[in-house]
Unconditional design. Sequence first.
Length: 351
Amino acid sequence: MDLRYWAARCCLALMATFLTVQFPPHFLNQISAQDSPAQLDEPAWDVVELVELSAKRDVWSPPRTRQLMGEIKRFESEQLDLIDLDGSERTVPSKYVVRVVPRWRTAEAAQAHQLYVDGEFDELLKAVPAALESNLVQWQQRLLIAELVQAVEGQGKTRAAGAYFLTLAESQPPPMLFASMPLCWTTREPDPVLRDVAQRWLEKSDDDAARLLGASWLLFTDEQAAAQQALAKLQSSSNATISLLAVAQGWRRVPPPQTMADLPRWFEFRDKLLPPLQLGPTEFMADRLQRIGQMELAIGEWSRIGSQYSDQPLRCQRALGDAAAQLKRLGRDEEAQRFETWKIELQKPSQ
């Protein structure tokens, strides 16, 4: 399947948002591992973290995970293929993959990733095209684009972030990368231009990812009826990840007085999701709980984000900032300062 069409469409979306990044013509082309320049001077391997969903655990703590090490040959929507350190081949369902720490196959990709880690997002936008042109394997291209989505959304450019993500979604990425989907999880209202784009997303009857994205941003506008109808249909999507996210998005229409009655059910549903996908629903619950005056519960959810989602630094910092702001309003300055310090620590570039 030719993926160059997606690159062209993404470039057009970026032009509309005055961003300078342009994807190369072969964006997300399939490149075999044998063809990639994998020699990076130092021996290393890919690390795959898998969740153990059956393990009993405290819901406030991260789920138990285990690691595999070796060389990833393929990482698609359904499965991950790995050559283990002893040379044996191993296949695992992608729905259990929580995190991948890759041995970046090119220096350009490693540099782009480090810019994301260090929060150098303007430089990241410039570096991504070179990384994608560096004969990078497809599954690593997906990881970089997911980071780019997060960076662009963090800069307040939701339209561009959405365009990037939908380009990524068409390549059928693994479930964990849907955590970067720039959905609206609070009562934030779209600006007029984003609203128009969201309307176009919602109208794409053959694109479940676009419809979910559009519905999330139109759920509290005068298009709410169409958005709610779309969410109801998307709960039966053939893409299980989209189906689950559509269910959680529907919680946003639950009247605030009903929140505490539904909260145990929400917690149970959220905690059964793949951990990366739990971030958005947790943001929703933190926001809702603080709006109905359940501040201790809200702070617990913000703390959960800060402790479990360091790979989404912007959203961690926003959660910790929200917690600090609410504590200050309550006159709990010492506690607020602890959250501010925590936030500052997350902002420090890696060494």
